[in-house]
Design a protein around this ligand. Structure first.
Ligand SMILES: Cc1cc2nc3c(=O)[nH]c(=O)nc-3n(C[C@H](O)[C@H](O)[C@H](O)COP(=O)(O)OP(=O)(O)OC[C@H]3O[C@@H](n4cnc5c(N)ncnc54)[C@H](O)[C@@H]3O)c2cc1C
Length: 284
């Protein structure tokens, strides 16, 4: 449980951090440290240089900005859970954030760190997918925006290049009527055995807009497009049948706690519950 030797730098600006990151092949960003440090103690990660971005000003915020809500990458889970701006304009994020780990994890862990880590059972990936968010990343050569739907590429793997830093998450403002995040917590780790993020809008009793993000089920979080397609334009009574497609084309994970059959069952049940809650109970 002792990490390998490493160098440590604590830059005060983003450009300094980007220079440091590019200076060594095996440099890594340190944010809240709640995924990276345990991995280093187990020697699953052995970076030669840690670039701590915790002292860079201006990376922790939640702001309204035109058509978007902008969230700084260093914003902690606790700050997201208690953000008045998010509770008003994008309550799905606080609803998920307050279910992450325990208070210590929520006080240190950051949204940027969680998305970069891309743990297959992390909560935010399902939420940013359902929200059609964009992940803003910076490198020495400039900035780019990656749609959440293109960001997660596999287990612990993303579109992020080694010398890029996530700086911001942009969430479009929507006029959804209902949202819900449902999670089956792993009893030991607190991670999502299955987590389901839903946003929904009804029009004249029919489902007009529906977005469903799923975590914990496959190698990486995904949009349950087969369920979305089965629901668009249909009455809420169609929910139960549609959720049977929740793991369509997904290789469902299996471990000591949850077999793939159980996981798939959980995913269908939690998706139905999330959709029913988002629909205001009208499916019953
Ligand atoms: C006991 C425990 C329980 C937990 N339970 C849950 C849970 O229920 N749900 C859940 O979703 N998570 C859970 N977590 C994980 C927690 O949310 C982590 O804090 C999070 O996954 C990583 O965020 P961090 O800021 O700590 O990142 P770090 O650990 O500092 O970094 C993680 C990885 O991301 C990279 N990175 C960090 N920030 C950036 C950035 N801005 N740009 C580019 N790369 C970056 C790092 O180099 C590293 O590879 C748990 C963790 C613990 C220890």
């Amino acid at each position: 449980m002792i990490p390998a030797n490493f160098d440590y730098e604590s830059p005060r600006t983003l450009s300094e951090a980007l220079e440091l990151l590019a200076s060594r092949e095996d440099a890594k960003i340190l944010a809240g440290g709640h995924s990276l440090l345990p991995a280093m103690k187990l020697r699953l990660a052995q970076p030669a240089l840690l670039v701590d971005i915790g002292r860079i000003g201006g990376l922790s915020y939640v702001r309204e900005s035109g058509e978007h809500i902008r969230i700084g990458a260093m914003t902690t889970h606790a700050e997201i859970a208690s953000s008045k701006v998010l509770q008003r304009f994008s309550p799905l994020l606080p609803q998920a954030a307050c279910q992450i780990g325990d208070m210590q994890v929520r006080n240190c862990g950051t949204i940027g760190g969680s998305l970069a880590q891309a743990h297959p059972a992390a909560d935010y990936p399902a939420v940013v997918l359902a929200l059609d968010a964009e992940i803003v990343v910076a490198s020495r050569t400039g900035e780019r925006e990656i749609p959440a739907r293109e960001f997660f590429t596999g287990m612990f793997s993303t579109e992020l290049h080694p010398h890029e830093i996530i700086t911001e998450i942009r969430v479009p403002r929507t006029d959804d009527q209902g949202i819900a995040y449902k999670k089956h917590h792993h009893p030991a780790s607190g991670y999502a055995v299955v987590g389901v993020a839903v946003r929904l809008k009804l029009s004249v009793g029919k489902i007009d807009t529906v977005a469903i993000g799923i975590t914990g089920v496959g190698q990486n979080a995904y949009r349950a497009t087969a369920v979305e397609n089965a629901l668009r334009g249909k009455p809420v009574a169609a929910i139960r049948e549609a959720t049977a497609h929740v793991a369509k084309n997904v290789e469902v994970l299996s471990d000591n706690y949850a077999s793939s059959d159980y996981r798939q069952h959980l995913a269908a049940v939690l998706t139905r519950r999330a959709l029913e809650q988002a629909a205001g109970g009208r499916a019953k």
